[in-house]
Design a protein around this ligand. Structure first.
Ligand SMILES: [Zn+2]
Length: 110
């Protein structure tokens, strides 16, 4: 993985964990992906599954350079996934005033 990919994944994990902690009850575990240290994030089972899927989509994008997802002709996400990403970004973005990182995510996922 490139540094940029790792950074994207870490930001995605952060946003998902903020959303999960505000919305979901129950047991949480840290995501595990490609040997990265994601131990400071905790997610419920549903969000784990979501994050894994989002990670795999990001890593497997066949286009180089990667375009904005909104301008892409492939539309590799499964139905409902984009809406969920958007909901998580909107919610967590408000909670985390992180202008630069938010811009990065808008670039990648919309
Ligand atoms: Zn959750």
């Amino acid at each position: 993985m490139t540094r940029k990919e790792k950074k994207d994944l870490r930001v995605l994990a952060l946003f998902t964990s903020v959303y999960c902690q505000a919305h979901h009850e129950g047991e949480r575990t840290s995501p595990v992906f490609a040997g990265m240290d994601l131990s400071r994030f905790t997610l419920c089972a549903e969000c784990q599954e979501f994050l894994e899927y989002a990670f795999s989509r990001r890593i497997k994008c066949p286009l180089d350079p990667k375009p904005d997802c909104k301008g892409c002709h492939i539309h590799c996400y499964r139905p409902g996934h984009r809406e969920k990403v958007r909901e998580i970004m909107r919610f967590s973005g408000k909670r985390l005033i992180m202008r630069g990182r938010l811009d990065l995510l808008w670039h990648y996922f919309f």
